[in-house]
Design a binder for this molecule. Structure first.
Ligand SMILES: NC(=O)c1ccc[n+]([C@@H]2O[C@H](COP(=O)([O-])OP(=O)(O)OC[C@H]3O[C@@H](n4cnc5c(N)ncnc54)[C@H](O)[C@@H]3O)[C@@H](O)[C@H]2O)c1
Length: 272
């Protein structure tokens, strides 16, 4: 990130206690200590570790559930950019998903308009397009085809992002994240993997590029996978990692007919 120009000065990271959130928090905490941003606010429903060794006047940590209007208002106040990672990250019941993944983004975007936030980087998912067949290659213009209730909530988030980008000044950058983990644990990940370092590169692009509404894939350097990520590259994203450098000792070798993998193959649970 050493060469990143003109970062927004006040950045909110939601879901900052999560796997991706902790990595993003460390990345942006470095920008804070180097004086490249002035304020970093970390929010999560769970306790958040300090990404720095000691307190810093520009660093705030808030333990909040982002499923109410009041919480969204508190979290976004005085922020320039929001990286919205908070949410349930896999298939679940509507009871849980409605609060975290539907009410969360809905109230967040209203609050961003109210507080004049410039842009929202939204953690969408490959499960928003998971019912595209595995033998197809799609780009940012592909139709939403969710493969699960979870995927439908991410499609909803993208639609909210598009609505507010069309009718308000809030820019939106929807990141359809593939498999963003420390290790490659399945053969499918050879087509869907994104390293945490490449995710931070995707974030840097989203924080600094000039756009109004964009869809990009959260993908490492995989030129022959399910997703043509030329839209992200056009905006400046240059991934540097390859899934073969992150292989776990044993791999799930299954092939799946749909891009969403086993999630797409699973029947809808009756749970509702
Ligand atoms: N890791 C991946 O491969 C991947 C793939 C696609 C999409 N995503 C999306 O990226 C985001 C981060 O994923 P992750 O792997 O770090 O998941 P994670 O579960 O580790 O992190 C999510 C964080 O959100 C917090 N959270 C949940 N509900 C909340 C609420 N109501 N208010 C505030 N915070 C709340 C959780 O406490 C958790 O710390 C999620 O939105 C997920 O859906 C991740």
């Amino acid at each position: 990130m050493a060469h990143t120009p003109d970062l927004p000065q006040a950045i909110l990271v939601t879901g900052a206690a999560g796997n991706i959130g902790r990595s993003v928090a460390r990345h942006l905490a470095a920008a804070l200590t180097e004086g490249r941003i002035a304020r970093l606010r970390l929010v999560d429903i769970a306790p958040i570790d300090n990404p720095l060794r000691e307190d810093h006047p520009g660093l705030e940590r808030m333990e909040l559930s982002l499923s109410t209007r009041a919480a969204a208002d508190q979290a976004t106040r005085d922020m320039d950019a929001v990286i919205h990672l908070a949410g349930i990250p896999s298939e679940s019941s509507w009871d849980k998903l409605i609060d975290a993944n539907l009410a969360g983004p809905a109230y967040l975007w209203d609050a961003c308009v109210a507080h004049g936030v410039d842009r929202v980087l939204f953690a969408s998912s490959n499960h928003a397009i998971g019912m595209h067949p595995s033998d197809s290659r799609i780009d940012h213009s592909a139709a939403l085809r969710p493969d699960s209730r979870y995927g439908a909530t991410k499609a909803f988030g993208e639609l909210v992002a598009g609505l507010y980008a069309a009718k308000t000044p809030v820019r939106a950058y929807c990141m359809r994240i593939g498999s963003c983990f420390e290790h490659v644990t399945a053969r499918r990940h050879m087509k869907t993997f994104q390293s945490l370092a490449d995710f931070n590169r995707l974030i840097d692009t989203g924080l600094t590029a000039d756009y109004h509404y964009e869809v990009v894939y959260g993908l490492s350097d995989i030129p022959d996978g399910y997703w043509d990520n030329s839209n992200a590259h056009r905006l400046g994203y240059a991934p540097q990692d390859h899934p073969s450098d992150f292989l776990d000792e044993s791999l799930n070798e299954n092939d799946y007919p749909f891009q969403g993998g086993e999630v797409a193959e699973a029947p809808l649970s009756p749970d509702g």
